[in-house]
Structure formats: structure tokens, C-alpha cells
Design a protein around this ligand. Structure first.
Ligand SMILES: Cc1ncc(COP(=O)(O)O)c(C=O)c1O
Length: 434
């Protein structure tokens, strides 16, 4: 029996309507920017395997770091015990985070990093005796993961209608969603700021925190905002004492060009969530980093103030070793050149497509490029699946997000590979129109 048929017998895949989806593609190996299937076909991984891969698949330096760590210490409970990889990774991350970030809390994935951020923000105010601060601000079409808190702040992502009745109340505002040469940019951004300002005037004293995907909203359709917007938002929200949480699960580790979107935008949140690219795409690991003043509010004579949260695999040493190796690779000059090259290719290739009649809303931020299809297509629709298969047949892994086509390649992609991908994508999109 083929791998695909065996899979069909026993596997339930994430974000998949099994009745209408064709067999998954069995991948048997991977190397650099390519995934290779059982027949030996190679696919350029333009989505970095759900945005986790940074340096290419099977990178020998990360693989070796994991192997060596496994031979030394594979895992230990992280309450009451510690280990060098977790300490060193925290030290390294703190070096590249904005000033004031003094503590790193580990978990396993983006959703848990967000749960922790929300719980920290909520309990912070309780610990200070301001338990009236219960409200959270989030953004429409924001996506922060699939656990309950993360679903609540991402309730308008369009994925969670089945659970709506169970989600706690969150106040949501439009994300500016700007694109290149967008004549409405200032109006869009200022309108959002005005609405948030009016809300805060009324409810600022009851609001615990605001969570945002800075610069780029991922699963909500690679929607973008400017650094100007983030700066103004920061000033506004701070003036009401509300905590700022940056969900950098996707934007972290140079996806937007700088190590973190907060650095690129020169804004300083109070809490930052990281996951996905942290291990270079090898192992599940996540971090919720917080400012010292938040940590201090959890100190006290009894356990009541403490943060009662932890996962079995918190700070897994293999994950930490992978993350350290990945971070060292990220800091190499060659990797930084590659990141700049990707941004340049996005900019140049998109500029050739301004007059296309099949796509619009062209945008990029660092290594992430996106545009909208003029024709309507929904997430997981037949049309969207058809497009996905067309791209597969042409050797590209691209997963449309509804009407949005995006490219977010591993940093080892070559200039020719990326430029050629643009040609193929446009040929296929023109073909669908014809
Ligand atoms: C911005 C953002 N936050 C959180 C998550 C959830 O991460 P995970 O899938 O690792 O739980 C995602 C996943 O796509 C994300 O894009």
C-alpha cells in the first residue's frame, strides 16, 4: 500500500477537510530549500514548512547540535532543575531583545507562548491589586494559535466559529492591511488609532493588554501595517497603562528583515511571544519573554503570586540546543546577506506586477511577500486546493490563504530559485484566468 493510502487509513491532519482534500504528498527527505517526495520529485518550500524553517532543511550544524545534546542530556523537568542550553539560549535572546527584557519563560509552540503571554498579563494586574483590568484588545483577522486563550484573541480569524460560545470576551479592531503604494495607508491606519483611542478613553482602566502581530498578520492573510502605525499605537496604548504583547511567532527571527519586528519598528512591547523559527524548524520550542517589571510582580512570600504554568517538555534541552545553533547561523553575515537578497527580489519582482489584472494589493515586509487574487476563493475551497495542486505540479509548495498568495522562503533559497518561482506563480495564475 502507498504511503498516501496508509496515511488515509490512520491519520487526521490539521486544518484539513478530509472529505474534499486529495491525498497528502508523502515527503521522504528534505535538503536545503527543497522537500523531496517518494518518487524523487523536488518541491521548493516557499512556505518554509508552515513558517518554521530558517536555514533550509536538514541543516548539518543544527542536526549535529541536536545529536550532541541528545548524547549529553535529552530532557529534565524544568521546575526545580535547570540546564546550560536553556540558560545560554535565554542569555542570547536577551542580548538581541529591546532593553528591559530580563526573563524568558519556555514552552513548546506558538499557541502556548500566547497562552502564557495572556495569563502573565492578566495575573500581573491581579498581583498588583488591579483586578478590574480584565479586558484584552486584539485585531480582526489576527491569528494566535488554536488553544482557548489564543482562539479568543484570534476569534475573528475565521477559523473558530465552532467554539465561539466558549471564548472569553475580547475587543477587536481592524488591522490596517496596507500594501505597496496604498493611497489609503494613512487614512486606514489613523482610523484604527482613532477607534482604539475612543475605546481606551472608555475602557482603558479595565484593559489588561493588547496583543498584535507586529508589521505582518500571518494566517489572517499576510496583512501588513507600517512601523509608523506601530509607533503611534505603542504611544496610545501606553498612555492608558495597558500592557503590549507582540506575537512574534511568525515575524521573529528575521522574517521581517530584523531579528524581531519590534526592533525593525523601534517599538518596545512588554511581552514577546516566539516559536516557529526559533529552532530553525527542527524541534518544537517556544518562548514568552517579558520585561523585568512584570516578572517582579510575581514575586511574593507565598505561592499565590507565582505563575502556576508549565509543560512537561518546557525548555527541552534538544530544542534549546537547536535554537542556539540556529541563532548562531542567523547571526552570520552570509545569512544576513541572504535575507537582504530575498527582500530585494520581492521588491523587484513585485514591482513588475503592479499592472497585473489577476492580482492586486501587492506587499512585502522583509522576507515575506504577498498579494491578493482578484478572483474570489476561500480558505480550503476547491479553487484554492486546485491552485495549490497546480503549484505542486510545477515544483512549488505554496498554500494560498483564501485569496492571498504569499511566499516566505527559507533563507538559503537562491536568487534564481526565487525569481523563477515568481515566473511560475504568475504563469499559473494567468492560466487559471484564461
Ligand atoms: C502569529 C502566530 N501566533 C501563534 C501561532 C500558533 O503557533 P503554533 O501553531 O506553533 O501553535 C501562529 C501559527 O501560525 C502564528 O502565526
Amino acid at each position: 500500500m502507498s504511503l498516501a493510502a496508509r496515511d488515509k487509513n490512520v491519520i487526521w491532519h490539521p486544518f484539513t477537510q478530509h472529505q474534499s482534500t486529495s491525498f497528502p504528498v508523502p515527503i521522504t527527505s528534505a535538503s536545503g530549500a527543497y522537500l523531496i517526495d517518494e518518487k524523487g520529485y523536488r518541491y521548493l518550500d516557499l512556505i518554509s514548512s508552515w513558517w518554521v524553517n530558517l536555514h533550509g532543511h536538514g541543516h548539518p550544524i543544527i542536526a549535529k547540535a541536536i545529536y550532541e545534546q541528545a548524547m549529553q542530556l535529552e530532557h529534565v523537568i524544568f521546575a526545580g532543575f535547570t540546564h546550560e542550553p536553556a540558560i545560554r539560549l535565554a542569555e542570547e535572546l536577551i542580548k538581541i531583545l529591546p532593553n528591559g527584557f530580563g526573563k524568558i519563560f519556555y514552552s513548546d509552540n506558538g499557541s502556548t507562548a500566547v497562552e502564557i503571554a495572556l495569563k502573565l498579563a492578566y495575573q500581573y494586574w491581579k498581583n498588583l491589586g488591579e483586578s478590574q483590568r480584565k479586558r484584552f484588545i486584539a485585531f480582526k483577522s489576527g491569528y494566535h494559535g488554536d488553544t482557548f486563550g489564543a482562539m479568543a484573541v484570534g476569534k475573528q480569524s475565521g477559523f473558530f466559529s465552532a467554539f465561539e460560545d466558549l471564548l472569553f470576551h475580547v475587543d477587536t479592531f481592524a488591522y490596517p492591511a496596507i500594501w505597496l503604494n496604498d493611497p489609503m495607508q494613512l487614512q486606514k491606519e489613523d482610523l484604527v488609532l482613532i477607534e482604539i483611542s475612543q475605546f481606551l478613553e472608555k475602557y482603558g482602566h479595565e484593559t489588561a493588554a493588547m496583543i498584535i502581530e507586529p508589521l505582518v498578520q500571518g494566517a489572517g492573510g499576510m496583512q501588513m501595517c507600517s512601523t509608523r502605525f506601530l509607533k503611534n499605537l505603542e504611544t496610545l496604548v501606553r498612555s492608558y497603562g495597558v500592557l503590549i504583547v507582540y506575537d512574534e511567532v511568525m515575524t521573529g527571527f528575521c522574517r521581517t528583515g530584523d531579528y524581531f519586528a519590534c526592533l525593525k519598528s523601534q517599538t518596545t512591547p512588554d511581552i514577546i511571544c516566539m516559536a516557529k523559527g526559533i529552532t530553525g524548524g527542527f524541534l518544537p520550542l517556544a518562548v514568552t519573554a517579558c520585561q523585568d517589571f512584570i516578572y517582579k510582580s510575581f514575586l511574593g512570600e507565598t505561592f499565590v503570586n507565582a505563575f502556576a504554568h508549565g509543560h512537561s517538555y518546557t525548555a527541552n534541552p534538544l530544542g534549546c540546543a537547536a535554537a542556539l545553533a540556529s541563532l548562531a547561523l542567523l547571526q552570520q553575515t552570509e545569512t544576513q546577506h541572504q535575507i537582504k537578497m530575498i527582500e530585494k527580489v520581492h521588491s523587484e519582482e513585485l514591482s513588475k506586477l503592479y499592472n497585473s489584472d489577476v492580482i492586486n494589493a501587492l506587499r512585502y515586509c522583509g522576507t515575506i511577500a504577498a498579494f491578493n487574487l482578484v478572483m474570489t476563493t476561500n480558505y480550503g475551497s476547491d479553487r484554492s486546493n486546485h491552485l495549490k495542486e497546480k503549484f505542486h505540479q510545477r515544483g512549488l509548495i505554496i498554500r494560498p490563504l483564501g485569496q492571498v498568495i504569499y511566499m516566505l522562503p527559507p533563507y538559503c533559497v537562491t536568487e534564481d530559485e526565487l525569481r523563477n518561482a515568481y515566473v511560475i506563480v504568475m504563469e499559473e495564475l494567468e492560466g487559471v484566468k484564461a
